[in-house]
Ligand binder design. Structure first.
Ligand SMILES: C[S@@+](CC[C@H](N)C(=O)[O-])C[C@H]1O[C@@H](n2cnc3c(N)ncnc32)[C@H](O)[C@@H]1O
Length: 317
């Protein structure tokens, strides 16, 4: 690992677009809530003199590599091993009350995805782990599949993977458990899904297990539950005119970002029959991206993993 160049382990998505939106000014202070390999962080720190950045990641391996990449910035970069659900506490501990911009580039990094032992990908055979915070006492994907009922597994795969064959897949996973062969590795899961769906049944070009893997990863890391709270906390800590930029990689996440931004614009969500507003809508942000920003053809050609990325940005008012 030490010989690998950090820069080559993950290509930062929509980098120029993020910089344009966040527009770091001299002396500004920014949060990168999903530091990863610190590509965006490095660009933010380099954009203007004396910019400071607080970077969070829940993955210790990413933290170590980010530290290496940002070492040259000295005290200007503060790197914290934390879940962004604890954003407010991290800032308080750093003695920072408000910031000029927050970036969240959600999901997994190529580092996580390309390391067989992390268990995120069906391209390798490895224990079915999928924890971003690997080595923590948190439940792995294999343990989750052993604990949940058939119905719970089906709901999870349907809700987080938008997989229409979720019931069949759940049935087969539980049947494997019942015959004493619980699904414990990435290859076993990929094969179980393929057998449950039947080869050629899925009309997509993607591997039949793609949606199931995505669903499990989201569940293991509690990705959806914390998103709205994080966006609200991020807006709280922004200075007036500060920007929040969020990059998502699937429709479920993007929908939450879109809806939460909309709620924060103060748009009333009460049913029209109510005589007055009771939803407590209050204008906190202006949305700067009516439509999300997507990568251009050249970026997708150079980095196919960017193809599903969407960037949404709002400004605190
Ligand atoms: C797509 S990568 C970020 C890549 C980074 N922007 C770059 O340019 O190198 C996402 C990172 O966010 C981290 N992450 C995901 N959810 C998180 C959370 N709730 N709290 C902290 N870090 C998280 C992952 O561990 C991963 O390293």
């Amino acid at each position: 690992m030490s010989s690998e160049k950090v820069e080559n382990l993950h290509a930062s998505v929509l980098l120029n677009e993020c910089l344009e939106m966040l527009a770091p000014q001299a002396g500004g202070i920014f949060v990168d809530a999903t530091l990863g390999l610190a590509g965006h962080a490095e660009a933010i720190l380099s954009a203007a003199p004396d910019v400071r950045l607080i970077g969070l990641d829940r993955d210790t391996e990413a933290i170590a590599l980010a530290q290496r990449r940002l070492a040259g910035f000295g005290e200007r970069a503060r790197i914290v091993h934390a879940n962004f659900a604890a954003l407010k506490e991290v800032l308080e501990a750093a003695g920072v009350r408000t910031v000029n911009g927050v970036l969240a580039d959600l999901g997994v990094s190529s580092l996580q995805f390309d390391r067989p032992e992390r268990g995120f990908s069906f391209r390798f055979d490895a224990p079915l782990d999928m924890r971003m915070n690997a080595g923590s006492g948190e439940e792995t994907a294999a343990e989750l599949l052993e604990r949940l009922s058939e119905e719970e597994i089906a709901d999870l795969i349907y809700n987080y993977g938008e997989e229409r064959f979720s019931r069949r897949i759940a049935r087969r996973i539980v049947w494997k458990r019942e015959i004493g062969e619980p699904v414990r590795t990435t290859r076993e899961l990929a094969e179980t899904v393929e057998k449950a769906i039947g080869r050629g049944r899925s009309k997509d070009k993607i591997h039949p297990a793609t949606r199931t893997f995505q669903a499990l990863r989201i569940a293991v890391n509690g990705e959806i539950e914390i998103l709205e709270g994080f966006i609200r906390d991020a807006v709280e800590i922004l200075k007036t005119d500060g920007k929040l930029a969020v990059i998502t990689f699937h429709s479920l996440e993007d929908r939450i970002v879109k809806q939460t931004f909309r709620k924060l614009t103060g748009e009333c969500s009460c049913p029209p029959r109510l005589p007055r507003c009771v939803c407590g809508a209050e204008k906190k942000v202006e949305i700067l991206t009516r439509k999300p920003i997507a990568p251009g053809e050249i970026e997708i050609e150079n980095n196919p993993r960017a193809r599903s990325a969407k960037l949404r940005v709002c400004r605190k008012v």
